[in-house]
Write a protein that binds this ligand. Structure first.
Ligand code: PBG
Length: 355
């Protein structure tokens, strides 16, 4: 029998030494010899045993750019703006100063430049390319990432070309290859296909390599779900009204599926992806964990617009502590196995981490 007196804490209470407590302890196995709370008792001890931490090096900051001089607020994403080219360069400078490794550039394309084929996506002087080359020039040390998908550029809001009411795969992939090369030529370092067409990672890799851009990295949106959490983003890039009531279920994944995510990731890796991403984030942390465990490759997650707006919206109403839920939600990504997170909170988090 254990000599309970020897391991009793100095500040024991009467209740803990009562016969009733001892009896309860015996009934529950190792208690009170094993007390999980000992390692939680003091701040130094909690820090000592902490398993995961969030660092500024884990952050990718998504930014929106448009071809106008003024900043325009996005009502469904508090504190997020469509920036001018000058504004996005300033934001990239701010990111670099804070130590954020990468910014992701998303365009809000003027309505009259959108058409059914998304032609503006391959214009070497489109707003994405303007922003990328301006950032590359002014902030040479920051990583620049660009989405590859047609939705900001199409008049129907879909990520690909439509033939007979269906988003066609192979013809879309051809356009995406041109789009990727167009962005690489502007100075983009990480091409990020977010369209979920089959075979696009391999095709883009070949096209970049054939044109001398073998250093340009690919972070594939490998497991991207057909999610309602993208709603505010579609407002931000202005694709929502064009897409209307349509959905992307014929190319993005069914939220109920998990094994399928592993097949998607396996394919993208086999096709040459350098990094993979799961999206959305918080409702899909189980997928992040499975991907990391299965493949042990650089794995990212996107805390998408709807997740951001949920947290900020509730905090703005005083329903939650905004700073704490922000930090907790991001730490949860690390715990799930993510090597990094795309998050609209990036500059706030980086400033907080700096202290
Ligand atoms: C484009 C794209 C989307 C997001 C990133 N790239 C929207 C979509 O697929 O409809 C969503 C990002 C977010 O919600 O923050 N294909």
């Amino acid at each position: 029998m254990a000599d309970i007196a020897k391991i009793k804490p100095a500040n024991k209470t009467q209740a803990e030494t009562s016969p009733a407590a001892t009896a309860t302890g015996r009934a529950h196995g190792q208690y009170p010899r094993t007390r999980m709370r000992r390692n939680r008792r003091d701040d130094w001890n909690r820090r000592l045993v902490s398993e995961n931490a969030l660092s500024v090096n884990d952050l990718i900051w998504p930014l929106f750019v448009h071809d106008r001089d003024e900043e325009v607020a996005i009502p469904s994403m508090p504190d997020v703006f469509r920036l001018s080219v000058k504004g996005i360069v300033d934001a990239a400078k701010q990111a670099a100063d804070l130590g954020i490794p990468v910014v992701a550039v998303f365009p809000a394309v003027e309505p009259d430049l959108k058409n059914a084929e998304g032609d503006e996506a391959t214009n070497p002087n489109n707003i994405v390319c303007q922003a990328v080359s301006a950032i590359a020039k002014a902030v040479p040390d920051i990583g620049i990432m660009c989405d590859v998908a047609l939705d900001p550029f199409t008049s129907h809001g879909h990520d690909g070309l439509i033939r007979d009411d269906y988003v066609v795969n192979d013809e879309t992939v051809d356009v995406l290859c041109h789009m990727a090369l167009n962005q690489a030529q502007a100075g983009c370092h990480i091409i990020s296909p977010s369209d979920m067409m089959d075979g696009r990672v391999g095709a883009i890799r070949d096209h970049l390599d054939a044109n001398g851009y073998d250093d340009v990295r690919i972070m594939a949106y490998a497991a991207k779900y057909a999610s309602a959490f993208y709603g505010p983003f579609r407002d931000a890039v202005g694709s929502g009204t064009y897409l209307g009531k349509a959905d992307k279920k014929t190319y993005q994944m069914d939220p109920g599926n998990s094994d399928e995510a592993l097949r998607e990731v396996a394919l993208d890796l086999a096709e040459g992806a350098d990094m993979v991403m799961v999206k959305p984030g918080m409702p899909y942390l189980d997928i992040v964990r499975r991907v990391k465990d299965e493949f042990a490759v650089p794995t990212f997650a996107y805390q998408v617009s709807g997740e951001y707006s949920m947290l900020v919206g509730a905090a703005d109403r005083g329903w939650m502590d905004g700073e704490r839920v922000m930090m907790e939600s991001l730490l949860a990504f690390k715990r799930a196995g993510a090597d990094g997170i795309l998050t609209y909170f990036a500059p706030k988090v980086a400033a907080l981490l700096r202290g």
